[in-house]
Write a protein that binds this ligand. Sequence first.
Ligand code: DC
Length: 203
Amino acid sequence: MTEPFTVAIDGPAAAGKGTISRAVADHFGFAHLDTGLLYRAVGARMLDGVDPVTAAMALQANDLQARDLRTAEVAQAASKVAVIPEVRAALIDFQRAFARRAGGAVLDGRDIGTVICPQAEAKLFVTASVEVRAQRRYQELVDKGTVTSFETVLADVKARDARDSGRVTAPMTAAQDAILIDTSELSIEQAVATAIAAVKDCH
Ligand code: DC
């Protein structure tokens, strides 16, 4: 397929968006952009003392690989810079161009179906209970050797949920026409199969 075809996948932290997005992209042969990485890269620059708006305007593709952006500290910083309208505005053109590339694209984030690509051919909102999400994130951190507690991770996830859905500009919310997938009780295989079937229905 050479026509653009956009799959927008939104939802809160640790709901399974990343895994599902990669699997959907692989299945259909689409390119994948984890838009959270853009905000994480800007958040990491802010932790270095750089003004976040300046950092967003100067963002380069290699900033996304330059360091470990998957830490809890960078996640919170990402959620903080994501509240700033000028940061969000600076990242729009890149995301929209990626979405309309020939051959299809999957973008995952918080505002893809609502703000970045309201015309996306397929929209999914992937969620899970806050306890299940915190447990998954806790396990990921433990597997990486990070010393933390479940309570700390749960509090972090709750703080990020509140900030991401409470902000004025592009708050996290499901588009009216998004297909909801609750992964709380699903295995990875079941969640992936549900998402692929939903995208096929829009194809
Ligand atoms: O998906 P993630 O956990 O890597 O995202 C990190 C933060 O970036 C998230 O807490 C909010 C922000 N974000 C956003 O505001 N909009 C997006 N499209 C993606 C991420």
